[in-house]
Design a protein around this ligand. Sequence first.
Ligand code: G1P
Length: 292
Amino acid sequence: MPGTVRKAIFPVGGLGTRFLPATKSMPKEMLPVVDKPLIQYAVEEAANAGIEEFIFVTGRGKSAIEDHFDHAYELQALLETRGKKSPLELVKASIPNPGQIAYIRQQEPLGLGHAVWCARNFVGSEPVAILLADDLIHVEPGCLKQMIDTYKTVGGNMLALAEVSSEDVSSYGIIEPEEEDGDTLVKVKGLVEKPNISDAPSNLAIIGRYILQPQIFETLNSFELGAGGEIQLTDAIARQIGDEPLYGFRFKGQRFDCGSQVGFLEANISLALDRPELKTSIVDFLKKISRT
Ligand code: G1P
């Protein structure tokens, strides 16, 4: 039986250059979609999938993330004194239990594979989930929960998949399916990070949710450089094919690429439209501006 997935890694060391100047002194993972930071969506998705330990791989200038998942005593005391119950509940809801959250510094930006490798001692010999907060997936049950439910029967390594247009394949890790029959679960025989359109084995892209066996850390240990001169997680997963079955998982739900400005704005509009108290005003506004 596949081991229980109790731990998750959140690589949050990226610079967020596409959101400058907003991200000059603020981590891109703290950008809010409606009223919640991107990273909190990912943490809640993981908690709702049964994750008990949250491992953040951070970098310089990311301390706002640590503060976000901690008590804010002055704020909490003030809200309490003023009887502001619901904001107080929202502030408290983002705080995990003591000891559930750990922070590691990735001292140099050597790539996603390197960021994941930095978490090796905290993961030990258990399977682990990885969530990239840039990929906001709006659905209930969450994407990671959908994946873990399937992983419990098939085991192995698993990646979330979505179809992308051929112009976009060079922005993603792209899989080579063993057979493409549109099923939810796709057996994968190859992977390539950010291929040219002409070399892409399919248009099925890796989206930022993974379940990986701990052997990935040994594979990453070789520090092989891949696309962009970085240590790529995609390459390490590809090297494990043969030792470990690899599945792609077509999740249900809408995914927003919040690493891009358009995706981020779409997420804000779409999630605002999902909120009954905001919907009417947003619809009216959208109608008004689409007429001009
Ligand atoms: C990373 C991965 C890539 C994956 C993507 C999903 O790329 O390396 O394989 O398709 O996340 O968002 P990044 O967006 O960090 O360049």
